[in-house]
Write a protein that binds this ligand. Structure first.
Ligand code: PGA
Length: 249
């Protein structure tokens, strides 16, 4: 666990502030940073905090390029529930550019491979933020995704589709498939910052950090990265054993 940092903060609000601190420090040092960004409830507070700092002139994102790490497949860009709709609503930052895979791409597999190649051409991700699913998924790498998996079209689990049903207004409207960067693509980012908040994530966080590295818990492969930070609130950290807690800051 030498290359893994675990930071435990009190609650969701502290998590948003700390995540924003980490992103702002990186952008101050590298104003043209290329970031990988997740959707989900977890990063919303951090994205809002970044907007406050941008609006008040405390941070400048005008040189930053962002790439979404996944998207649904089989929807129109901007449809309610898609990741492009999420970013329009929650990431209100004057970035240089934000890229999101096209959910309507006809050849989705080819599209997401070209998207991953575009990230490499942009110099790769300086920092990739990640959420974690209660089933241990990371981006749309559902259980079964291997350490060497690459950008591809995937079938979403029922659990993941249920998680997104409210945003699409019903489970029937949630696409059955998604496109995602693979685990190997995510591990190529120079740094990873995994955010988790709430007791419903405690089991997945515990398995990812302390369980065996396995395709059944895709997030467990993140331990192979040389610079990964797990930023957790107390509830999400509650299943960690003493050893991990002692190592935490
Ligand atoms: P959440 O989703 O932030 O909405 O909990 C995280 C994820 O499923 O990756």
């Amino acid at each position: 666990m030498q290359s893994m940092r675990i930071e435990i903060v009190t609650d969701e609000e502290a998590l948003a502030t700390r995540a924003a601190d980490i992103v702002c420090d990186l952008v101050a040092a590298n104003p043209k940073a290329v970031l990988g960004l997740p959707t989900g409830a977890t990063p919303v507070g951090a994205y809002f905090e970044l907007k406050l700092r941008s609006d008040s002139g405390r941070a400048d994102f005008s040189g930053v390029t962002a790439f979404a790490i996944d998207e649904f497949s089989g929807a129109r860009r901007g449809d309610a529930g898609t990741n492009s709709a999420f970013f329009r609503q929650h990431l209100r930052l004057p970035l240089r550019a934000i890229h999101v895979p096209n959910p309507a791409a006809e050849n989705a597999d080819e599209h997401i491979r070209a998207y991953a190649a575009a990230i490499r051409r942009a110099g790769g991700l300086e920092l990739c933020l990640l959420g974690i699913g209660a089933n241990g998924h990371i981006a749309f790498n559902e259980p079964g995704a291997g350490r060497d998996s690459r950008a591809r079209l995937v079938i979403l689990t029922q659990e993941t589709r249920e998680q997104h049903a409210p945003a699409f207004s019903s489970i029937a409207r949630v696409p059955a498939r998604g496109v995602t960067l693979g685990i190997a693509d995510l591990l190529e980012a120079r740094a990873l910052l995994v955010l988790a908040s709430g007791a419903q994530k405690a089991g997945a966080v515990g398995r990812a950090i302390e369980g065996e590295a396995t395709d059944n818990v895709p997030a467990s492969w993140l331990r192979e990265h040389g610079d990964v930070t797990w930023l957790l609130d107390e509830a999400a950290a509650s299943a960690l054993g003493e050893r991990a807690r002692l190592a935490a800051t």
